[in-house]
Design a binder for this molecule. Structure first.
Ligand SMILES: [Zn+2]
Length: 257
């Protein structure tokens, strides 16, 4: 399975999965159809699957146009998103499995950003190789999605599910927000040397207009304040040792950053 990252709109990423053995493709969160169609044409690929993580227009905006060109493509999304994702035919829940190119992906129900959000975790092809996590607007490189339809408690549980995946998991999130996320992270976790060096690396990458997605889950666990509710530094900032309270206070600070 090959993975292509397509920039879209001001800061979105669309991901195309490609199976060269039969020239089929899947797309994850097509904000818009044109960049996807261009990529499919380049590959000479037939689109067979659309995987959506949640109903926001910058993640499903291209569904209709892609279905006009590939009417046989099947559309997957969260069970709770029924009626909100154009063309949706499959309604996924926690623990469901989907496959592409013979590769199984586990579905995680991760409400918080929206009440219906799901993530797709493609298991490693062989042991020791990385799994691929497509997490939409739940976990970002250095941050997490805003709480539009869910609570801090839901998001803490959702991020907790993703946090227990293997360290070498690659995190393919839906937006290039990393630099700003890490600037905020440093404001609440200033003694974190790994975070400081990640911010330097990210600053340099963004100056060259290089993408920072995917990131590594190990790096997120070490530097992303929204996975670090059990670190003493963040507990001190939030003045609490309760996971949900720490997460919720740090999230509110980020909303006002
Ligand atoms: Zn969203």
């Amino acid at each position: 399975m090959e993975i292509y990252r397509l920039p879209a709109r001001s800061d979105n990423y669309i991901f195309v999965l490609y199976n060269p053995s039969n020239r089929t493709a899947a797309v994850i969160d097509p904000a818009d159809a044109p960049p996807v169609l261009t990529k499919l044409d380049q590959l000479g690929a037939t689109l067979v699957t659309i995987f959506n993580t949640h109903h926001h227009n910058d993640h499903v905006g291209g569904n209709r146009e892609l279905l006009e060109r590939f009417p046989e493509a099947e559309v997957y999304g969260g069970a709770e998103d029924q009626g909100r994702i154009p063309g949706q035919q499959h309604y996924l829940r926690q623990g469901d499995r989907v496959t592409f190119a013979g590769r199984p992906a586990e579905v995680f129900f991760v409400p918080g950003h929206t009440r219906a959000h799901i993530a797709y975790y493609f298991l490693p092809e062989r042991s020791g190789e990385p799994g691929e996590l497509f997490c939409g607007d739940t976990l970002f490189a250095g941050g997490c999605g805003r709480l539009f339809e869910g609570t801090a408690e839901q998001m803490t549980i959702s991020l907790g599910k993703l946090r227990q995946l293997p360290d070498n998991t690659r995190v393919w999130c839906g937006h290039e927000y990393t630099l700003n996320n890490l600037k905020f992270a440093l404001s609440v976790d200033g003694e974190n040397a790994e975070l400081r060096s990640r911010l330097d690396k990210t600053t340099a990458a963004r100056q060259q207009n290089q993408p920072t997605v995917p990131s590594l889950l190990a790096e997120e666990k070490a530097t992303n304040p929204f996975l670090r509710w059990d670190s003493a530094a963040l507990q001190a900032v939030a003045q609490s040792q309760d996971a949900v309270t720490v997460f919720g206070r740090i999230r509110s600070m980020k909303d006002n950053f």
